[in-house]
Design a protein around this ligand. Structure first.
Ligand SMILES: [Mg+2]
Length: 217
């Protein structure tokens, strides 16, 4: 499932290479889509050689690929996210939903430490936090499909909930008021990835944010 999720993520990112950059161009420097796509193109090229003997080894390798190939300020963010996600899954070939929620919390903590952003700064963290909470809420019942559906809905809601915020970190924070009333491309990307995961795993889901509707497969 994790392999399929990663391959689906690459499809989402490559399909939206230009669209995500266009969204970044509204308040940032317009490189987000191409930066992210460089990393996932590299992941696709190296896919067959990636050591998938455990979830941790696989995620660690993807962390290295992201650090090396994702451009701009996204490289260290996505690289750190995958690196921290790899740590609690070291040596594991299976994880529970509770462990998946822990893995995401570890990634969130790493991204906050690396980028100096917090919740409410209008970065991808504003999508990752509610996704983590949705997964944690379903941990006890262990119903992966319901968790995915709620996580996707939470990330989609984050696009509109944060639209009116002024960016607190990243390039968009330097343009001040121009960053209000534009969606954050990182939040749109996370929301779109989650919607595409729903589709890939046969979970019914309907986004409401305009940008996510446009970006889904
Ligand atoms: Mg940018």
């Amino acid at each position: 499932m994790i392999e399929k999720a990663l391959q689906t993520t690459a499809e989402t990112v490559l399909r939206n290479e230009h669209y995500f950059s266009d969204l970044d161009g509204l308040a940032g420097d317009g490189d987000f889509g191409t930066s992210l796509a460089s990393g996932f193109k590299a992941m696709n090229r190296e896919w067959d050689e990636i050591d998938k003997s455990s979830i941790g080894t696989m995620l660690l390798k993807i962390s290295m690929i992201c650090s090396k190939h994702v451009g701009g300020s996204s490289g260290p963010i996505w690289g750190t996210g995958f690196m921290k996600a790899a740590m609690p899954t070291r040596g594991k070939t299976e994880i529970t939903l509770a462990e998946a929620a822990e893995l995401l919390q570890s990634a969130i903590d790493g991204i906050m430490a690396r980028g100096g952003a917090k919740r409410g700064d209008k970065t991808l963290l504003d999508a990752l936090f509610p996704v983590q909470e949705a997964m944690a809420a379903h941990s006890a019942a262990g119903d992966t499909a319901s968790a995915l559906k709620d996580a996707a809905a939470a990330a989609d809601a984050a696009v509109d909930e944060t639209r009116s915020l002024r960016a607190g970190r990243g390039r968009a924070s330097q343009v001040g008021e121009r960053s209000t009333n534009t969606p954050d491309p990182g939040i749109v990307a996370i929301a779109t990835i989650l919607q595409d995961w729903c589709k890939a795993f046969g979970v019914e889901s309907a986004p409401t944010a305009e940008e996510v509707k446009k970006a889904i497969a």
